[in-house]
Ligand binder design. Structure first.
Ligand SMILES: Nc1ncnc2c1ncn2[C@@H]1O[C@H](COP(=O)(O)OP(=O)(O)O)[C@@H](O)[C@H]1O
Ligand SMILES: [Mg+2]
Length: 250
């Protein structure tokens, strides 16, 4: 039986734009993601994809509604159980936000030390992840001393170091060249095949076809979902997805 790892219930996000003026970005969103699913969120620019990901990652508070992870209500408020959020969600951004003055290993350890008590184990875990992601030789390099793709692989390691229930990624390949893009997406595919639940925002059809399902948002509203045909090859899925997106007004 497939179980739901993430449940979004009547989620609402409204930004205040000063006195009596608000921007309703997500009116009332319901969404369910199953354990081990690799889901991609698509929608035109401004449709609320990043806003949704921030809410899922607990980086911003909803104006209404709830997010449940493994049946547990995600607490809101900056300090309310930040540990729960750090353990549940690992987040990768388009611009990786690595700390320039720390080397790659230290960047990963910063995230690990916020959650894990045993520093030796955290360090071993970080080094293992770096090796798995092909950046094992770059532990002592600073972010400015490695390529964009290597920086992004470091930020994936940082996101994974606390074994999050869900890996969230907002346009993770948006600023990478095509060979780095492919490497990062292959890493996502590998993580998914090992059971990692992934929610990725992208506007690239090629990237979306690494997922098994695409959720389409318009003005923060769930419009429809597209399931990849796993018996079909990637180029056929790309064509089918493009047709579907065009139909949705992408
Ligand atoms: N802090 C903010 N204050 C006010 N409006 C915002 C803020 N952040 C995003 N928005 C607005 O919310 C809408 C959705 O933005 P976003 O989630 O970034 O969309 P997407 O990632 O799909 O391009 C846009 O209209 C954007 O201008
Ligand atoms: Mg965005």
């Amino acid at each position: 039986m497939e179980t739901s790892i993430l449940r979004v219930k009547n989620l609402k996000k409204e930004y205040s734009l000063g006195k009596d003026n608000t921007n309703l970005v997500i009116p009332d969103l319901n969404l369910e993601i199953k354990q081990g699913e690799f889901v991609c969120i698509m929608g035109s620019s401004g449709s609320g994809k990043s806003t949704l990901l921030y809410l899922l990652g607990g980086l911003d508070d909803p104006s209404g509604g709830e997010v449940f992870v493994n049946g547990h209500l995600m607490p809101s408020g900056q300090n309310e159980n930040a540990l729960f959020r750090r353990e549940s969600m690992g987040v990768v951004f388009q611009h990786n936000n690595l700390i320039p003055g720390l080397n790659l290993l230290e960047n990963i350890l910063v995230a690990a030390f916020l959650v894990q008590k045993n520093r030796k184990e955290a360090r071993q875990k970080a080094i293992r992840l770096m090796n798995e992601l092909g950046i094992g030789d770059l532990q002592e390099r600073f972010p400015a001393q490695v390529s964009g793709g290597e920086q992004q692989r470091c930020s994936i390691a940082r996101a994974l170091v606390n074994d999050p229930d869900i890996l969230l990624a907002d346009e993770p390949t948006g600023s990478l060249n095509s060979s780095s893009t492919e490497k990062v997406l292959e890493i996502f595919a590998e993580l998914h095949s090992r059971g990692q639940t992934i929610v990725m925002v992208t506007h690239e059809i090629e990237a979306a076809c690494y997922a098994e399902k695409v959720v389409y948002l318009r003005d923060g509203i769930f419009i429809d979902a597209f399931n990849m045909d796993r018996t079909s090859d990637r180029s056929k899925n790309e064509k089918a997805l493009l047709g579907w997106l065009t139909e949705k007004g992408w």
